[in-house]
Design a protein around this ligand. Structure first.
Ligand code: GUN
Length: 315
């Protein structure tokens, strides 16, 4: 980022940067040749977070002999859920967290699930519990989430932790929106007073994202499937967070020049992964934007690791 206008162009890393545009952080350089500088690199950010977690894990182990433990509960055969759980376990391995996979069959009853949660709540060596969603139809996910000890709620989905978030006491909060906040901080994007527009009002992303941005004094609009004129809102967004699961919902004519954009959506088609934002065209207008894959996803997992360490430190 530059602090002032200087010239029509400048060479940066031997590359001619030819456009200057105002964005919400002031003035930034836009290169036509290479839009890479506008990419929020979720992979390298998550590496940084994971390195900090690893240091914390090593310290806790050296000082108190505690190894943080995460138990994941996966019910059924959903292939995407299986993949997400695998990625979470791999991250645990990288940072030195003990991970247990509690697989339960598709036919699992509510009683069996609740019993497993109670058992994990009472285990001293398990500090974080993650119930992978969605659950098979016969199971009540809200009741199951409520059964998890809020002190072990690594996902931040428990009503107690959600309530705390709403009154500005952020402890265990949903990992994806927390990853967005961390990225905004890392890239020095101001939040206070800015118009943050969220598309999608899920409990996992949209609603907690709104609370986190309000807690930081943004002016927040939450749009969703029933919003009358989506473009009217997205065009005014300084910060745009999109999590709908609708491939390329957000086009270049729907965003403001210089906006900071987070794409939380994932759609798989013929083995390829797409986001909710038409990246190749929107990148030409954004000042910062997350790619899919390699944007918000790795950050979500890194924050989960942070939560397990936090839980173990508080135990
Ligand atoms: N299903 C999709 N995303 C998530 C997540 O972040 N946590 C859990 N528990 N389930 C999910």
């Amino acid at each position: 980022m530059l602090s002032s206008f200087a010239a029509d162009f400048r060479y940066i890393n031997n590359q001619k940067a030819i456009l200057y545009r105002k964005n919400i952080t002031g003035v930034c350089i836009m290169t036509e040749e290479n839009y890479d500088s506008r990419k929020i690199d979720g992979r390298s950010l998550s590496k940084k977070v994971e390195e900090q977690v690893k240091q914390g894990v090593d310290k806790l182990n050296a000082e108190k002999g505690i190894v943080p433990g995460l138990a994941t509960i996966l019910v059924g055969e959903d292939p995407a859920s299986k993949m997400y759980v695998r990625l979470k376990h791999k991250a645990c391995e990288r940072v030195g967290i003990h991970a247990e996979d509690h697989y339960m069959p598709q036919s699992t009853s509510q009683e069996e699930l609740m019993e497993r949660i109670h058992e994990l709540n009472s285990r001293e060596d398990i500090h974080g519990i993650l119930l992978q969603l969605p659950l098979p139809k016969q199971l009540d996910d809200k009741a199951a989430m409520l059964a998890i000890d809020p002190a072990k709620d690594a996902d931040g989905f428990h009503a107690y932790n959600m309530g705390k978030l709403l009154i500005g006491q952020e402890g265990f909060v949903p990992c994806t929106p927390k990853g967005v906040i961390r990225a905004l901080e890392e890239y020095n994007v101001p939040i206070q007073g800015k118009h943050a527009v969220i598309v999608g009002h899920s409990n996992v992303v949209g609603k907690p994202m709104a609370a986190m941005l309000v807690n930081r004094n943004a002016t927040v609009s939450v749009c969703h499937v029933f919003t009358d004129d989506l473009k009217k809102f997205t065009l005014d967004a300084d910060i745009l967070v999109v999590g709908t699961g609708i491939k390329h919902l957000i086009k270049a004519d729907m965003v403001k020049e210089g906006a900071v954009i987070f794409d939380v959506g994932i759609t798989e088609e013929n083995g390829k992964v797409y986001g909710d934002v038409d990246f190749d065209n929107v990148v030409k207008k954004a000042s910062l934007i997350t790619p899919v894959p390699g944007g918000v996803g790795p950050m979500t997992i890194a924050i989960l690791m942070e939560h397990v360490l936090m839980a173990a430190m508080n135990a």
